[in-house]
Structure formats: C-alpha cells, structure tokens
Ligand binder design. Structure first.
Ligand code: SF4
Length: 346
C-alpha cells in the first residue's frame, strides 16, 4: 500500500545558486548520490533485479556515495543496504499499517508545526533528507505542502512565541541540517529571541550519512547558540558510526557543547539481535554519543517486512541489560497516536 495521494515525498531541496565554498562538498556529494537502486546494486556487484522499481516510485531512492561505501560488496543482506533498498515487499498491504502511523495529522497546529507532548513543539523545517530510509515513519507525509519553508507569513513562529508553555523546540523534518547555514542561522536566531524557550533539539541523520555537512560554519553556528542544544542523531548499526569521517564529525559536534544522543529503530534484517545493538552502543560511546531510544517500528505502510514482534524485542532488551552498563542501554519505546509520551515497552 502506498501513499493515498501519490508520491508526495519530495526530492532533495533545490539549493540556492549561491554556494559558499565550505558548503560545496556536501552539496556536491548530494548531487552525486545514488538515485537509482540498480546503480547502487551494480556498484556492489549485486543483481540489479533485487530492487523493486515500483517501490522506488512510491518513495524515491536516495543514498549518498559515502554511505554506500560502508556497505559490504557482494552481500545482498548487508544491514546498511537493507535500510535503503526498495523491495517488492513494500507493495504489500498489512492490517494496522497506515500512511500516518504516529498521528502526525491530529497533532498538527500550524504549517510545519506539531504539538504532541507537554512543553515541546516539533518543527518540520524541510521534507528533504540526504538518505531515504525505507522504514521512515514519515514516508507518506505531505511535505510538499506542510513544512516550515511553506510558512511564508511566519505564522508558525508567531504561534510558538505566543505560547509560554513551550520550553523546547525540536527541529525535525525531513532533516533540519538539509537547510543551509544561512537559513538555519535565521531560524535559530528567531527561536533564540523567544524568551520562554530553554532548549533546542535537532533530530538529524546527516552527521552519520553525510558527515561532510558538519562544516566549520555550522559548528560556529551551533557553538554560538544561547539555547543549550541536544543533537539526536540516528544510527542503527555500528558500521554507520565506525568510520573516521563520521567520528570526526561527531567529535566536532561534541566540541560545540551540544549533548549528543542517538535514536535507532529496531529493524528486522538490520539490528534485531543483542550483539548488533551492543556493538552499536559501544561504538556510539567511543564517539561521544549516548544511546537514547530504540524505537519499535512505527507501522507505516510499506515497512512491515522490518517488523520485530514485541516479545522478541523484549528478549533482546533483557540480553542487552545483561551485556552492557545501564547507561549504554537505550530505552525501548513506541509512539502511540495521541499518547502523552513515548510508551516504554520493556
Ligand atoms: S533520515 Fe529520518 S526523516 Fe529522513 S528518511 Fe530517514 S527516517 Fe525518514
């Protein structure tokens, strides 16, 4: 089952024509990213027929070459490849799987503004990402009309400023670091001017999948923020974090004073065993990042083949608690539409 409204997920943001020299690398990398699964499979020495073109038409394929280089050539079951490869299984319908599994529509309060939990507001600043995860819970989200970039009268920020009950803003998307520094700086400036905000949180996969995005000007921007910053990255497998470029990007982010946390999704064929998750926690810690959440899969249409049943997830967690110190064990949670918080699952 696909989107009811056709493929609304947009391609990466068209960048302004003026590109600063230090931004050239990551933007060039994005331009050179794989956009056809067959090309990635061929580069790995795999049969291009492993990909399902119909699935890629529903949710476009996008993988930066730096991320592709972390995959093991010749292995169709590589856990990094599994996260991005469009499969025929995505076209199957499954009861309970929908286009809005976490109730984003009912939480909408303005253009690109979601309110789910007390004290916090989520801003969908862009629909663009550097890599398209096949299990993405927003793979059907109508980004083409509902992100902050469409808020031309800036009513969303006025709403935030008028609500003293909001103390933390989460920049999400899409990926907020897909905004270039100029736009990010302008947004952070406006948020910083809201006196009742105490924290800023960024949910981003870019330090992991496109570490060249962590430029000196981005680091300066984050360092200068009046608001303390929590930076929640997204890695599911140790190999995503082990490389020098990612570790160096994370080290530089840590040096800005930001608190670094990681969220993962428990995914069949990727990390659904205690050894893989323990390895991930160990590697994250050496890179200055603490494990935060391990999400049960959100039941988004097209991703049922990634599901790990709750009983199996709990058994994995029990093993993790045995094998790791408590501070390296992520919280197993799931998001229920309308829930007051992410539900702890064991
Ligand atoms: S990076 Fe996040 S928002 Fe982007 S496709 Fe992956 S899961 Fe979805």
């Amino acid at each position: 089952m696909g989107s009811q409204n056709g493929p609304l997920y947009p391609p990466p943001c068209p960048f302004p024509s003026r590109i600063l020299p230090e931004d050239a690398n990551w933007k060039q990398e994005l331009r050179e990213a794989f956009t056809q699964p067959e090309a990635l499979l061929q580069s790995l020495g795999l049969d291009p027929r492993l990909a399902a073109p119909a699935a890629a038409r529903q949710f476009p394929f996008l993988v930066p070459r730096s991320f592709a280089r972390l995959m093991i050539p010749g292995d169709p079951d590589d856990p990094l490849l599994r996260q991005v490869l469009p499969l025929a299984a995505e076209l199957e319908e499954h009861p309970g799987y929908s286009s809005d599994p976490v109730g984003d529509a009912q939480s909408r309060r303005g253009t690109g503004l979601l309110r789910k939990y007390q004290g916090r507001a989520l801003l969908l600043v862009t629909g663009a990402c550097a890599l398209h995860c096949r299990y993405c819970f927003r793979r059907h989200f109508p980004y083409a009309r509902d992100t902050l970039v469409h808020d031309h009268d800036q009513g969303t920020l006025t709403l935030l400023a008028a609500d003293p009950g909001i103390t933390e803003v989460v920049l999400s998307g899409g990926d907020p670091l897909m905004l270039d520094d100029e736009r990010l700086a302008a947004l952070i400036d406006r948020l910083t001017a809201i006196a009742h905000l105490r924290r800023l949180r960024l949910h981003t996969r870019l330090p992991v999948v496109l570490p060249s995005r962590i430029t000196p000007s981005l680091l300066a921007l984050l360092s200068a923020s009046r608001l303390p910053i929590a930076l929640v990255i997204h890695a599911n497998h140790a190999r995503e974090v082990r490389g020098d470029a990612v570790r160096s990007a994370l080290g530089a982010l840590e040096a800005t004073g930001a608190t670094l946390l990681n969220q993962s999704v428990l995914l069949r064929g990727v990390n659904a065993d205690a050894a893989s998750l323990a390895d991930l926690s160990e590697v994250l810690f050496t890179a200055g990042v603490l494990p935060y959440y391990l999400h049960l899969l959100d039941p988004v249409a097209g991703a049922a083949h990634f599901e790990v049943p709750l009983a199996e997830a709990r058994a994995i967690m029990a093993r993790l608690r045995t094998d790791l110190p408590g501070y390296l064990v992520p919280k197993l949670v799931r998001e229920m539409p309308g829930g007051a918080y992410k539900e702890p699952c064991g």
